[in-house]
Design a protein around this ligand. Structure first.
Ligand code: KG4
Ligand code: ZN
Length: 325
């Protein structure tokens, strides 16, 4: 069963072919990020126009990389939400047209859950139940996953997402965009191995909810009042604060729900300090930690095609054949 995945929810135009939900035959991703950098964030209109210009080429490339003709595709999976409205529309319209033209089933995929599914594309497969921690530019949430059809939301951010906080703090510190990878690298250059600077987030009613906007504002005031402090140290302290929050909440969810597997996903899952801190704590507490390879942390279509294998196609097509799995 070859599924063609299409992802256009933000600035990446991506297409991929995945066999039987596990084997990646191709994974093509092109980002319009450079076009947004001067604005310090993704401009929806620029993103959707870019998708429109290149989606045809990206899909063709994903087929040729997989060495397959369109006729060898059994179904089309596409990100249906969440994301930028205009950008999503390009991907879903393209996928619908292709599905109609080829008379192949169309599968709508949730982008957030697909980020967690990225962990199932590695050779070693996670055991369920698991706790899933999503840390992306637009979302930060914790899920209790009992099966691939059952994701229960435990908590989410009340304000900024983790990646958004990285991007905004990078802007405050005049470091450039996107902020996550820049702060990650800069924090490693911090001369001291630790720091006395602390940025505390708000206490929340639901212990599994997140709030990062207070930390971001604390960085702003600290920078204004302490212009002498090396920027590496502020980056280090900010990253430490965000990572501590993420690790503590994810591990406490594992304990509370008596779960021995933790999956992470989303762009911030690429953060080196987060990966190291989670690995250390999970090893101590005998929890199996799954982190996708860097190429599958950022937005991609392999996670869409892979997860799509487990989702029922939408609608009814004339001459529809039953699924074979
Ligand atoms: O999942 P993603 O590619 O797009 C969304 O669906 O939002 O995540 C993008 C986010 C950006 O905010 C970016 O700054 C952040 O992921 N990011 C990182 C790192 N690499 C990307 N944040 C922290 N450390 C990184 N190494
Ligand atoms: Zn994403």
């Amino acid at each position: 069963m070859n599924i063609l995945g299409i992802e256009t929810s933000c600035d990446e135009t991506a297409a991929s072919v995945v066999k039987n939900g596990t084997t990646i035959l191709s994974n093509v991703v092109v980002s319009s990020l450079k076009k947004h950098a001067r604005y310090g964030g993704v401009i929806p209109e620029i993103a959707s126009r870019h998708h429109l210009q290149i989606i045809n080429t990206i899909v063709k490339e994903s087929l040729s990389e997989a060495r397959l003709e369109l006729s060898a595709i059994n179904a089309i999976a596409v990100t249906s939400s969440p994301g930028l409205m205009g950008s999503l529309l390009v991907g879903t319209s393209f996928a619908k047209a292709l599905s109609l033209a080829l008379q192949k089933p169309l599968i709508e995929v949730d982008h957030i859950k697909a980020h967690l599914y990225a962990n199932f594309l590695s050779e070693k497969k996670p055991q369920l139940p698991a706790i899933g921690l999503i840390v992306s530019g637009g979302h930060t949430s914790l899920y209790h996953i009992t099966s691939l059809k059952n994701f229960k939301l435990l908590g989410q951010t009340r304000d900024d997402a983790a990646g958004e906080a990285f991007d905004k703090v990078a802007r405050i510190l005049k470091l450039g965009y996107p902020g996550g990878p820049i702060i990650d690298k800069l924090a490693q250059e911090n001369k001291k191995t630790d720091t006395l600077i602390t940025f505390k987030g708000a206490e929340l009613k639901n212990p599994f909810d997140f709030s990062f906007s207070g930390i971001k504002t604390a960085v702003l005031y600290y920078r204004q009042n302490n212009p002498q402090t090396p920027v590496e140290e502020i980056a280090f302290a900010f990253q430490k604060s965000v990572v501590t929050t993420l690790v503590d909440k994810a591990l406490s969810a594992c304990q509370k729900l008596k779960v021995k597997t933790l999956l992470i996903g989303g762009g911030v899952a690429a953060n080196s300090h987060l990966r190291a801190a989670l690995l250390k704590k999970c090893t101590q507490q005998h929890i199996a930690l799954f982190t996708p390879p860097l190429s599958l942390c950022v937005d991609n279509a392999a996670m869409i095609a892979g997860f799509g294998y487990h989702i029922k196609p939408i609608g009814r097509r004339p001459h529809a054949r039953p699924r074979t799995h």
